[in-house]
Design a protein around this ligand. Structure first.
Ligand code: AMP
Ligand code: MG
Length: 347
């Protein structure tokens, strides 16, 4: 989660989700906090409150919460004295006792695989890591950039059966039955962390918004009663494709247009289609997808669904969304055309 280019790219994506504010009531003050060292992206916390002391306390909850989830869900680095996902991957083949949040996230990951008909599969790590490795190599040596061979990909794909991931949330244990299987939770972890931190922040009683590099979670309305609004970037042009009110819900955006590497003039993005084992949308029609969702683990589901929709084309993605109560989607196509589900909020 720590490469520099990735962080810059994610920062751009985060910046693309511009928060539009309307001034609050006389006494309420807009306050915000930013951290740069988690989930390979920029995380912002914004709230309206008169109480500076409460906000300072809330800042601590925001920063410490995300740092903890970052370490727990990091698949690249282990941390002294902690069992995290890098460790779980490392111990594939053995039953591992894990912190409850890891078991909870993995259980949600299993559910998201079903919900998305296999498009989002947290057990796809063996395949994703081949592409990730090539992207990192390309960042170091552009001229020598290469893509994984079909043989490597086919071999890795033999170790992506999510049925072989066993999670016990009552006892907080995880067993990856296939020793060559690797978990990659990049499609859902930011949303899940936003849900968890957001839940803790609610106790302060003020309206707030979390923007986690592509996943936005809002609680309450601004002091003048108007909703928080997220702007969805129109890639490759100035301005926004849409302004989306986010009311006690989450909005997540996915796309390959920022985080990619280039070989022989072809851009290879970071979202992998489990059918082709190649990045989704190479030369295809979707540039980005934003999904809004409003209940339960709303940011985690929005996160999973935006990744899944990006892999599907707009017709199939909108069909998937229409079968999920409370989910709405907006597709931005290469042609500049916008396609949205009927209830997608905003203009
Ligand atoms: P997002 O930015 O939420 O759309 O998620 C993209 C991240 O999810 C990638 O950087 C990978 O870590 C991971 N990922 C890519 N393709 C898949 C997939 N098909 N299923 C699950 N995770 C994926
Ligand atoms: Mg996602």
């Amino acid at each position: 989660m720590k490469n520099k280019l990735g962080r810059i790219a994610a920062a751009l994506l985060a910046a693309a989700l511009l928060l539009a504010f309307v001034p609050g009531c006389v006494n309420d003050q807009k306050r915000s906090d930013v951290i740069y060292d988690c989930f390979d992206t920029v995380l912002t916390f914004t709230a309206f409150t008169t109480d500076s002391r409460a906000f300072d306390e809330a800042k601590k909850v925001f920063e410490e919460g995300f740092r903890r989830y970052h370490r727990l869900f990091d698949i690249y680095n282990e941390y002294e004295g902690e069992v995290n996902l890098a460790k779980v991957n490392d111990l594939a083949g053995e039953t591992v006792k894990v912190p409850h949040e890891i078991a909870e996230l993995l259980e949600l990951g299993i559910e998201c695989e079903r919900l998305t008909n296999g498009r989002v599969n947290i057990a796809l790590g063996a395949v994703i890591s081949l592409w990730h490795g090539c992207r990192e190599d390309a960042e170091r040596d552009k001229a020598g950039a290469r893509i994984p061979s079909d043989e490597e990909l086919r071999e890795a794909a033999k170790h992506c059966d999510i049925a072989r991931l066993r999670v016990d949330t009552a006892n907080d244990t995880v067993l990856i039955e296939d020793p060559l299987m690797r978990l990659d939770v990049g499609a859902i972890a930011k949303g899940f962390a936003a849900d968890k931190v957001g839940e803790e922040l609610k106790r302060f009683g003020f309206a707030f918004m979390l923007n986690c590099g592509g996943a936005v979670l809002a609680s309450g309305n601004k002091p003048d009663g108007s909703p928080w609004v997220a702007g969805i970037d129109m890639p490759d042009s100035e301005g926004f494709a849409a302004s989306v009110p986010v009311v006690d819900s989450a909005l997540s955006s996915s796309g390959n247009y920022i985080r990619y590497f280039t070989v022989d003039g072809v851009n290879y993005g970071h979202i992998i289609d489990p059918d082709t084992l190649y990045p989704a949308n190479i030369g295809a029609e979707t540039v980005s997808v934003s999904v809004s969702y409003g209940s339960g683990y709303c940011a985690a589901y929005a996160d999973a669904l935006s990744t899944a929709c990006y892999i599907l084309d707009a017709d199939k993605g909108l069909e998937l969304i229409s079968g999920i109560e409370g989910a709405e989607a907006l597709f931005i196509l290469k042609t500049g055309e916008l396609r949205r589900s009927e209830g997608f909020p905003g203009e």
